[in-house]
Design a protein around this ligand. Structure first.
Ligand code: NI
Length: 174
């Protein structure tokens, strides 16, 4: 396993849509999943990471909300999502987000409060998951990465909703 370098804004690779994963038996893919897990763990307090953040343009993301100081009630722990799709969503909520690829900023972003998704696990098995609140937010943030979208694209106003980190916060980034 290896820790990969994280691309930061404005790297153009963060702006490209990712391809679906089709060959789950490829040992290179399985090694890459392990690398991404390790890379996420090396970013202190990171709750999510997406493959394009290390320059691999495939539809793979990892979410783990158990690593925060106050993990959300009923969280799902580590979830490895391949080829995720939104089945349904409901409600809206504004909340603060950060990103490993924008280490110096946080921003207020509106997201769906409840989210149902389908995806494949790292071995290609079909899965479905219903998420709410913070986990739903993290999932939407990471799924955006797979389409070349960053949280700064979703700010209502850069002036009012983008914040420079005063201190290096070790939590809630993806
Ligand atoms: Ni991010």
């Amino acid at each position: 396993m290896a820790i990969r370098d994280i691309l930061t804004y404005p790297d153009e690779r963060l702006r490209q849509p990712c391809k679906p994963v089709t060959d789950f038996a490829d040992p290179g893919f399985q090694t890459f999943v392990d690398d991404l897990v390790e890379t996420m763990a090396s970013g202190p307090g990171a709750v999510g990471i997406a493959a394009p953040q290390v320059g691999k343009m495939v539809q793979l993301l990892i979410m783990d909300c158990s690593v925060t100081r106050r993990p959300p009630k009923g969280h799902h722990g580590q979830v490895i999502c391949v080829n995720p799709e939104i089945l349904s969503w409901d409600g809206m909520e504004t909340g603060r987000e950060g990103c490993l690829s924008l280490p110096d900023y946080t921003g207020n972003v509106m997201r769906a409060l409840d989210l149902s998704i389908q995806f494949q696990d790292r071995h290609g098995e079909e899965r479905a998951l219903s998420l709410t609140g913070f986990e739903a937010r993290v999932m939407q943030h990471e799924m955006d990465h797979l389409e070349g979208r960053l949280f700064i694209d979703r700010l209502v106003s850069r002036k009012a909703d983008l914040f420079k980190r005063k201190v290096y916060q070790k939590s809630r980034r993806g």
